[in-house]
Design a protein around this ligand. Structure first.
Ligand SMILES: Nc1nc2c(ncn2[C@@H]2O[C@H](COP(=O)(O)OP(=O)(O)OP(=O)(O)O)[C@@H](O)[C@H]2O)c(=O)[nH]1
Ligand SMILES: [Mg+2]
Length: 364
């Protein structure tokens, strides 16, 4: 899964990106030039660590990962092709979700492009640019389809045209496509366009050091104004989190308490991304070679989950042996879990749950 970090200039996008890299032990790839940097971040996971140290004692521990892209700032007009940010709109379409960093800290030394710090206004401003970018794309496609339809009438093209016209009307009312009621077929058809306002959106308030631990009325305001299906609001002090992330773990703990930082701000951002994308984690570890966390959409069947591990496991699937992490931890080992009768045998259609420890039995 790939998350695009977006926002106005100097809101803390790169500070957040660096935090994700440091705290998430990321491998960063930067192709130079004008390409945005991409970090493959390890998802912190205490269950995985406990499985490894207490149950499986493997040679290798592999965390689930999530990718983050540090995009160039968007500015007013980007949706209509102005500014540097507009060059990246097509790359922004390639991500699975958008993480919008909103400046919510005062610092007289750092100018705000819009003059004054106002996170609620910025949320709407960037939203509008995304709406305009989508509207532009939809209109261009409508134009092309109408030209084609003059030459030959095709049912598929007519269906697409009708759907795009619905999108156009919706966007023109300044409503994001994620809120447009769509059938599954419509969704499939639209997926190819990768509309920005159809993507899940995480609004992240980058709060000032002085407001740590205090209630933030803007968070609630944003939730009310923009919240809804596929939108989440959270907050973090990127600068302070970055400082804490660079400390040895023991000192970091003490610092967090003193500063009133919520437990693991970095982990919470990742948690919010997981929830927004409807993802869950399952684990494998039998055999002792590797204990590993895997990411799947909630509701994935055991057969498809097996395929995420390896296509051979899906092809030759016989059954899955499943026990939940908490039960396995209490039992102490897979053998003990089996003895207690809590190791379940599940078939292809079983929906893997968050925290399941799974062993796939398969024909080679
Ligand atoms: N006081 C304060 N300053 C912050 C905070 N987060 C970021 N900054 C500062 O804001 C400035 C901009 O931060 P960046 O992370 O570079 O912002 P950006 O959004 O990547 O900026 P551009 O890529 O230039 O658009 C830097 O000087 C940061 O140190 C914060 O939480 N509090
Ligand atoms: Mg930056």
């Amino acid at each position: 899964m790939r998350i695009g970090i977006i926002g106005l200039p100097a809101t803390g996008k790169t500070t957040l990106f660096d935090l994700l890299c440091v705290a998430g032990g990321a491998h960063v790839s930067h192709h130079g030039g004008n390409e945005p940097a991409v970090a493959v971040v390890k998802v912190p996971d205490s269950r995985l660590e406990r499985l490894a140290s207490l149950i499986f004692k493997p040679k290798k521990v592999t965390h689930a990962t999530m990718e983050f892209v540090d995009f160039v700032a968007l500015t007013r007009g980007a949706g209509q092709g102005e500014g540097l940010g507009s060059h990246y709109l097509s790359q922004m379409r390639q991500v699975d979700a958008l993480l919008h960093v909103l400046r919510n800290f005062d610092d007289p030394g750092i100018a705000h492009v819009e003059g004054k710090v106002d996170a609620a206004r910025d949320a709407v401003l960037v939203n509008t640019e995304l709406l305009l970018a989508d509207l532009d794309l939809v209109e261009k496609r409508i134009g092309r389809l109408e030209a084609d339809l003059k030459k030959i009438k095709k049912d598929e093209a007519l269906k697409e045209l009708e759907l795009l016209k619905r999108c156009r009307a919706w966007l023109a009312e300044e409503k994001p496509v994620r809120d447009l009621p769509l059938t599954e077929d419509d969704q499939k058809l639209l997926r190819g366009f990768a509309l920005l306002t159809a993507k899940p959106l995480l609004l992240l308030l980058n709060i000032g050091e002085g407001t740590l631990g205090k209630p933030n009325p803007i968070q609630e305001r944003l939730q009310r104004a923009l919240g809804g299906k596929g939108v989440a609001v959270t907050q973090l002090c990127a600068k302070m989190e970055m400082e804490v992330a660079q400390l040895p773990p023991e000192d970091a703990e003490v610092f967090r308490k003193d500063l009133g930082l919520q437990a693991g701000g970095f982990a919470e951002v990742l948690r919010a991304c997981f929830d927004l994308l409807g993802l869950v984690t399952f684990y494998t570890g039998e055999g002792g070679e590797e204990t590993r966390a895997w990411t799947i959409p909630a509701g994935t069947t055991a057969l498809k989950a097996a395929g995420v591990i390896h296509s051979d496991l899906e092809r030759g699937f016989i059954r899955a042996e499943v026990v939940h992490f908490a039960e396995l931890e209490a039992a102490g080992s897979l053998a003990a879990a089996k003895k207690k009768g809590i190791l379940r045998v599940e078939g292809k259609e079983y929906r893997v749950a968050d925290g399941d420890v799974v062993t796939v039995r398969f024909n080679v």
